[in-house]
Design a protein around this ligand. Sequence first.
Ligand SMILES: Cc1ncc(COP(=O)(O)O)c(C=O)c1O
Length: 440
Amino acid sequence: MSEQTQSERLFEQARSSMAGGVSHESRYAAPYPKYIARAQGAHKWDADGNEYVDYAMGSASMLLGHAHPDIVTALSEQAANGVFFADCHEKEVEWSGLIQKLVPSAERVRFVGSGTEATMLAIRIGRAYSGKDKILRFEGHYHGWHEFVDLGMKAPYDKPSSLGILPGTVDATVVAPPDADWVEAALKRDGDIGTIICEVSGANYGSVPLPPGFLKELRRLADEHNAVLIFDEVITGFRWSPGGLQARDGIIPDLTSMAKIVTGGMPGGAVGGRAEFMALLDPSHEFKGRRPGVTHKGTFNGNALVAASGAAALTKISTGEPNRLADAAASKLRDGLRGIIEQHQVAGAVYGEASTFHMYFGEGVADGSVAGLGAEQIRGVDPAVVNGLRGGLRKRGVDLMSYMGGVTSIAHSDADIDKTLGAFEDTLQDLISDDLIGRV
Ligand SMILES: Cc1ncc(COP(=O)(O)O)c(C=O)c1O
């Protein structure tokens, strides 16, 4: 009998104390997930000593790489002075000031406990401000796991993804394809839509890109129909540019949800927004006879430890250098992956913005882009190919984020990219030999 690995042993133990053995359902893997013992820069090591070049990077929160010295110092110094006071403190003021400086829509900031809480609060403000119950959101876009955004998270888009969802929230959700004409018709037809929320990378950190010009159209339509526009920049914030997509493209939403990089990779998040909207959270401001208009609490919001980490991360990001380095690493990786696909004459594409990359295998690619393909096709690649790619790379020491893509950080070196490209070529050859991937 073969000996149990440490990850296998830990999972067996975890199954007896943790629901499903995991803390997040996507971390579940059969027969067992890997257990990570430590991470540094662009690398992580599992409990069995296997090393990986990491492209998951803490679900895209580690733009500066794992255990960056500035973050470690900020956390240690703050920990020595107390991690949480349940009082106001100077670090949250510094942190919010950095967000305000970087993110154009963030005239005011409110800290929350996660990305899920950020979209939950932004939607509550949207409903309160507009006075309308319905939200419009897009097929397959992910905004966290709370009730308001369950419908539409995954296909079939007319059914909740989970049991236990209140029918009222389903009735108050319009799930739209990323098509401006469709959105315009829905807004004209249904006067109850008062809030629009969009994952501005396109679904799944850009694996299904939005049509060109779409966000500009969304801004116009929101204005014309008096809808509050929320940009979910949990992924794109501080990654598409130091000020997110909105700073890069000059399209300014009313409210912005942030998490991941904004905290330097610690638990937490933020909502930023134009002062007029954020005034609804101000206890000294009356809105429609209430003071404040929108109730928002949360024990650990803006706690000193997370604020110290967030302020350290944003101080570094505000120089522009981290984005330049991470983008350059992703661009080199995308070029390399694309070259290997072309060399092996495989039907597929490699794409992605800023410090992200995505792969697609299948027909219908024009000029190396997935622009003409629908979400069903992009996300409908044979699971044997997806698992073969992910598993083949992992056994060669490369760990992707979700589906067939990932993110880079400032710590991804040329040597990491070269190792990744070698692992990819070998994995691709396996997939071709197993007849899983077709040639052009
Ligand atoms: C675009 C987007 N919004 C919201 C969330 C939810 O954030 P959290 O997992 O911190 O609740 C995520 C998480 O991956 C996300 O990618």
